[in-house]
Design a protein around this ligand. Structure first.
Ligand code: UDP
Ligand code: MG
Length: 316
């Protein structure tokens, strides 16, 4: 069986060589068991010498394929490129920063042999800032109410996929990709095991608070139109409240005569309603924006350099 390791690399010049050494060790362990390995490294438009490092690695090791983007297209695009150019019967997707322990690949391959199509490594959140653990927990509770696939906290992109899962994921051609959800959406028998969170070896995480926020929103909005429906319900609830309140005021006016005061009520009602309308418009705008990006049918990424024959056509 051929196993592909797919790793997106963005500004990982410090670790990518170490990463390759580590996965090579795994490959050496798996070879006697009848498993070949190939490595697909995607340089996501790094601004450092990641590409040079990848070329060096590829010169030394003929099992290495690399694809380098013309700019930073984001991890999702890098994952997509990696999956497209992986030829293995099983594909292991993992980060290049050694936060996903390569030693676990062996375990994944064992579970794959037991017939699971997806083997997922679930990260425990130990050693992380409490605030981040807390927000993550809160987020997953909220998001699972809204989306129809189940998104699990700590489950990320460190997973093994069988060929049919890879083909299914590649069949989803949407522009806005939320891989975590796409993998869950595809389904098939899935095994999950937990591992200890590792701290980053070198370089720095590219997640800022803002990018996490955007990622979180993508998770909610990429799957269905339930937020739109929620907006609809909220609007109807407000309408009912407004109706009841109007009836009450009119009733009071009929009984007690007209009283002019009501400044606070008016301001509160106007600002609250304006806020709610803005939020609803925002939700609609998000979906329209997504449609806009989808209909443009732009490629997910452009390739600048590669040693994969098939990907060379993509270089303009
Ligand atoms: N990555 C990428 N493109 C980006 C950002 C990140 O390919 O725009 C890669 C990065 O090189 C790493 C993986 O995605 O292999 C995870 O990124 P990071 O370590 O920054 O995220 P975290 O581990 O904090 O979730
Ligand atoms: Mg990382």
């Amino acid at each position: 069986m051929l196993i592909s390791i797919v790793a997106p690399c963005y500004n990982e010049e410090d670790v990518v060589e170490r990463f390759h050494e580590e996965v090579q060790k795994v490959a050496d362990e798996l070879l006697p068991l009848g498993h070949d390995m190939e490595f697909v490294y995607v340089d996501d438009g790094s601004r450092d010498l990641t590409l040079a490092a990848l070329k060096r690695i590829a010169d030394r090791d003929s099992r290495v394929r690399y694809v380098s983007f013309s700019r930073n297209f984001g991890k999702e695009a890098a994952l997509l490129a990696g999956l497209r150019h992986a030829t293995g019967d099983s594909v292991v997707v993992m980060d290049a920063d050694l936060q996903h322990p390569p030693g676990l690949v062996r375990r994944m391959v064992d579970l794959r042999a037991q017939g699971y199509d997806q083997v997922v490594a679930k990260r425990s959140r130990s050693g992380e800032r409490i605030s981040r653990t807390f927000t993550a927990r809160l987020y997953y509770r909220f998001v699972n109410r809204l989306v129809d696939v189940e998104l699990v906290d700590g489950v990320g992109d460190f997973r093994l996929l069988s060929r049919r899962v890879v083909d299914a994921v590649l069949g989803l051609t949407e522009y806005n990709r939320f891989s975590k959800g796409l993998f869950a959406w595809v389904g098939f028998p899935t095994a999950t095991f937990e591992y200890e969170n590792a701290v980053r070896e070198a370089g720095r995480s590219s997640w800022s608070f803002r990018s996490l926020l955007n990622y979180g929103l993508d998770g909610v909005l990429s799957f269905n139109n339930r937020p739109l429906r929620a907006a609809l319900y909220l609007g109807m609830a407000l309408l009912v409240c407004a109706g009841a309140y109007t009836a009450w005021i009119v009733g009071a006016a009929l009984v007690n005569g007209v009283e002019t005061p009501g400044y606070v009520t008016i301001i509160t009602a106007v600002t609250a309603l304006a806020g709610v309308q803005m939020v609803m418009l925002g939700v609609i705008g998000e979906y329209t924006g997504r449609i806009y990006y989808e209909v443009k049918r732009r490629p997910h990424f452009l390739v600048k350099a590669t040693n994969v024959e098939r990907a060379k056509d993509l270089i303009p």
